[in-house]
Design a protein around this ligand. Sequence first.
Ligand code: 5AD
Ligand code: SF4
Ligand code: FES
Length: 354
Amino acid sequence: MQKKYEGIIKQAAAEHKLERDEIITLLSCDGPALEFLFAAADQVRKTFMGDAVHLRGLIEFSSYCQRNCTYCGLRENNKTLSRYRLDAEEILTIARAAVPLGYKTVVLQSGEDSYYSAEMIAVITCRLKEELSLAVTLSLGERAKEDYRLWREAGADRYLLKHETSDAELYGALHPDMDWGNRKKSLYTLRELGYQVGSGCMVGLPGQTLTSLAADLLLFKELDVEMAGIGPFIPNPNTPLASAQRGTVELTLKMIAIARLLMPQTHLPATTALGSIDSKGRQKALVAGANVVMPNITPNKYRRLYEIYPNKICLDDNPAHCRNCIGGIISSLGRTVAESAGHSPKEQFTLGLG
Ligand code: 5AD
Ligand code: SF4
Ligand code: FES
């Protein structure tokens, strides 16, 4: 292995710092250097996060979206998709069934759907906390600061708002009706309100460079995120990016591994998108720095309709089946399913100040 890679990786594993150019160098490594990078990330994960894997039960509660992100199947202009919305009782029923499966966190995810008022989401959040003692992550896109505040007051623990790409120009091209500055501002607002903040990016977007991927990692670090979801871009035939190339498994794993070196205490999921382009994708991520999995707990009849990208895994599987499947994957790697809520291990959250 070239000494240059080994030196950078060892230093990053010890100090959790990398310059932009060093990140770019690591993003282009291969062979033994790549194996060394994954092993170093796995070791940092083990030291700082342990062997327990946190499960987050994902409820895709509305497939309506008012945005038109050019990569996403839920975009409003995709008229090939039948849309659905779940009401509060349905969401509560799904969450109730997730508790005996061992879930400690539910993630409420939807397109940007203003049908749900801030009050409706607050009531659902409050009930999930009070009736089921679940940790609650919200992932509903950009909303007014007052909405974020109300939900935080209702007990929401975490908010997931991926920055998608930190390249302002590329962001503008992919999001015809959105603004990069607003995105970043929203992430800072969530931080100010005391959420455990999750961001994320896609890997392999058309026009994306290694320089821009390095900037994505540095932005996670700047935001000091509690969670970073990193997944491959997968072209969807019903979107303007239908004929673009998809992101690769290898580059996605490199991004996860470098994220782990940089941010030893940040939750890193083995994403569903990675599992969808490689049947062993999630396993590979879990031994390259990842420590979280987000199994789908949406009822079967809705899963096909939440078609962000094609060939998503688990479309015909029910929540109990997915829970079993994930349990098997985790134990086959010699790891365990976490028993705690899996809040950020950073001090301000473990002391309950968040
Ligand atoms: N490929 C991969 N991930 C996608 N997402 C949306 N469209 C795609 C796609 N084509 C991800 C984005 C977004 C979430 C809803 O799904 O990161 O945050
Ligand atoms: Fe809507 Fe999110 Fe898809 Fe954009 S990425 S179209 S905001 S669901
Ligand atoms: Fe759904 Fe494996 S996680 S079948």
